[in-house]
Ligand binder design. Structure first.
Ligand code: 4GY
Length: 262
């Protein structure tokens, strides 16, 4: 299966990062995913290529015009159909959307094509959102200067979960949140050379060569880290029945030793 993402953006150059760097680049080169950008300026209807205007009712800033965005989205969906794919659902990246999490990333991978709409300025004319947007997604409760970086973050999260993208299949599954819906924990700490850094030695168990001891220590570190940094996730793991009796016995011994999150 190959995925196709069409992005509506005034700054298509920004998306070059995904096709020129790292894991997303390699997956792109291997044909696992494709990207097409559409600049609404090319769909502006006046000779000045206007894509924004002042808000009705007054106030600061500018609002993106509905018409160039609607035409860009139409063109993207038409192109997806020509490529033999379904017209992708339209996702708008904004702080007003539902918060993105790992479960949503995984479920979006069921769709071979999507259209990502990136807003700028004060936002997009509400009537365009009402008529064409299928889903609004937020990365969190903060405001970026445009939807592009949020769209790139979403794409990066999607691509690294696609089959055969990560070198080590186990590495994605062991990641923080990798299985948060079924009770995943935060990642355990990692160490590499040198054996002592800034006066801190690598935990001796990691040098022991005893793989059962190492696995048990990593599980316990993941439990401790989740308990102190994200007790909400630990509670969910417990409710989902993901904690073993050994986990519970270990946690019962820790209840007096919670370190505050620095
Ligand atoms: N937070 N999560 C976010 C964002 C920028 C004005 C609408 C976010 O996803 N996107 O802050 N986006 C705004 C800028 C127009 C999008």
């Amino acid at each position: 299966m190959t995925y196709r993402y069409d992005v509506i953006t005034l700054f298509p150059e920004m998306f070059g990062v995904l096709t020129t760097c790292g894991v997303t680049r390699r997956a792109h080169e291997r044909g696992i995913w494709q990207l097409q950008t559409w600049n609404p300026r090319q769909f502006a209807s006046d000779r000045y290529k206007t894509i924004d205007d002042r808000p009705y009712g007054g106030g600061p800033g500018m609002v993106m015009l509905a018409q160039p965005l609607a035409q860009a989205i139409d063109a993207a969906q038409h192109d997806q159909r020509v490529a033999g794919l379904p017209a992708g659902r339209v996702i708008y990246l904004s702080p007003q959307g539902r918060r993105l999490d790992h479960a949503r990333v995984v479920s979006l991978l069921a769709e071979p094509s999507l259209v990502l709409l990136c807003g700028r300025y004060e936002g997009v004319d509400e009537r365009l959102l009402n008529t064409v947007v299928d889903e609004e997604i937020s990365l969190g409760d903060f405001v970026l200067s445009g939807g592009e970086i949020a769209a790139m973050a979403l794409l990066d999260a999607l691509i690294r979960q696609m089959p055969d993208v990560l070198n080590d299949a186990a590495s994605a599954a062991q990641d923080s949140f990798a299985d948060v819906t079924t009770g995943g924990l935060l990642d355990c700490p990692h160490y590499t050379r040198p054996e002592v850094y800034a006066g801190q030695a690598v935990p001796p168990v990691l040098l022991s060569g005893n793989h059962a001891d190492i696995a048990r220590w990593r599980r316990q570190q993941a439990l401790l880290s989740t308990l102190s940094k994200r007790p909400d996730i630990l509670a969910r793991a417990r409710e989902a029945g993901q904690l073993t009796q050994a986990d519970e016995r270990f946690l019962a011994l820790q209840s007096s030793a919670i370190k505050p999150n620095p």
